[in-house]
Design a protein around this ligand. Structure first.
Ligand code: KG4
Ligand code: ZN
Length: 355
């Protein structure tokens, strides 16, 4: 089975070509474009994102086909992120996928973005594959969800953020510190030379002792803002060396607050459910401090940790294809009137058995 996969749920336009090779897949080509138009606005502007997807998706598909020496006639199925995400962005990918699939009379498969992030862990052929059931955390700019995966493609929500997503909180604190958008990677780079115990920012434990698995990151972010105001930032410190050290310490201390809560919550999810496998994915899973903390704490708790390669943590189409293959192998496909579903709460699969 030769599969085209498309991801346009936020501001990355991505296409991938994969050949099904159970239990994994062979990635034949991947093409992605991050949209530069949002930099001036320090955040994703939904209307601009949809327009950029429209402009980029055709040329990216052509480039991927050329790289794999294939043409449209070779495609046997089309997978696309159909939710959750920005509705205008999702609509571009979903409409493109449906039109292509319908014209060529091949199946279209709508993929849940959270499920796709978790499937990124299967893209490294050499890594040990997690066996369901396992606990999954997807932490990105738009998501912080803890799920129990019963089987690939079948999962239930155990906890989520009550306010900001983990990546969104990283981006907002990075912006306060004068870093560009998205600031998560820059903040984590600055944090690597800072002291995690320099400043004590609050953790929102939200009833961890009683197993509360929801998280909240707007408190720590506001605490950083108030702290910076009190210290006279951005006017002070004036000395450049002192300034760089201050930024590194704030970054490391804030990062520590997020990492500590995320690690504690996923390990609590494992012990409450008695599930031994853990997959942590999404853009924030590229964060070295989070990876190191999970690697340190999982083993002693009897938990086997699986992390996607950092390059596959952020949005990409290879993970969408990988997730779709599980549905296709079970004979599931979507209808040609597959909707874009912006909210996770409204997601209910939209699959039907192939006729
Ligand atoms: O998965 P992703 O590419 O897109 C969404 O689905 O949102 O995640 C992007 C998010 C951004 O908020 C970005 O700042 C954050 O992941 N991120 C990081 C790191 N790399 C990316 N946050 C903290 N540390 C990192 N190293
Ligand atoms: Zn994502």
């Amino acid at each position: 089975m030769l599969l085209l996969a498309i991801e346009t749920s936020c501001d990355d336009t991505c296409v991938a070509l994969l050949r099904d090779r159970p239990p994994g897949a062979e990635l034949l080509a991947h093409r992605a474009a991050s949209q530069a138009v949002h930099a001036d606005f320090a955040g994703v502007v939904p209307e601009l994102a949809s327009r950029e997807h429209m402009r980029l998706i055709g040329p990216l598909l052509r480039a991927a086909l050329a790289a794999a020496r294939l043409d449209l006639g070779d495609l046997e199925a089309v997978a696309v992120t159909s939710g959750p995400g920005l509705v205008g962005s999702l609509l571009v990918g979903v409409s493109f996928a449906k039109a292509l699939a319908y014209a060529r009379r091949i199946p279209v498969v709508g993929v849940n973005h959270v499920e796709a992030h978790l499937a990124a862990v299967l893209l490294d052929e050499r890594a040990a594959r997690p066996k369901p059931p396992f606990i999954g955390l997807v932490a990105s700019g738009g998501h912080t969800e803890i799920v129990r995966v019963l089987d690939w493609g079948r999962w239930e929500l155990l906890g989520a953020t009550r306010d900001d997503a983990a990546g969104e909180a990283f981006d907002k604190v990075a912006k306060l510190l004068g870093m560009g958008f998205p600031g998560g990677p820059a903040l984590s780079r600055a944090a690597s030379s800072g002291r995690a115990a320099a400043f004590d920012f609050p953790r929102a434990w939200l009833d961890l002792e009683r197993g509360g698995l929801d998280v909240s990151f707007s408190g720590p972010k506001t605490a950083v803002k108030l702290f910076l105001d009190r210290r006279g930032w951005p006017e002070r410190p004036v000395d450049p060396i002192e300034r760089a050290r201050f930024v590194a310490d704030v970054a490391a201390s804030f990062q520590e607050a997020v990492v500590e809560v995320l690690a504690a919550k996923v390990l609590e999810a494992c012990s409450r459910t008695g599930v031994r496998g853990l997959v942590v994915a999404g853009g924030v899973a590229a964060n070295p401090a989070l990876r190191a903390r999970l690697e340190r704490d999982a083993g002693p708790r009897g938990v086997t940790l699986h992390l996607p390669a950092p390059a596959w943590c952020g949005d990409n189409a290879a993970m969408v294809g990988m997730a779709a293959l599980h549905h296709l192998r079970r004979g599931e496909r979507s209808r040609y009137d597959l909707p874009a579903v912006p909210n996770l709460d409204d997601w209910d699969g939209f699959y039907e058995a192939a006729r």
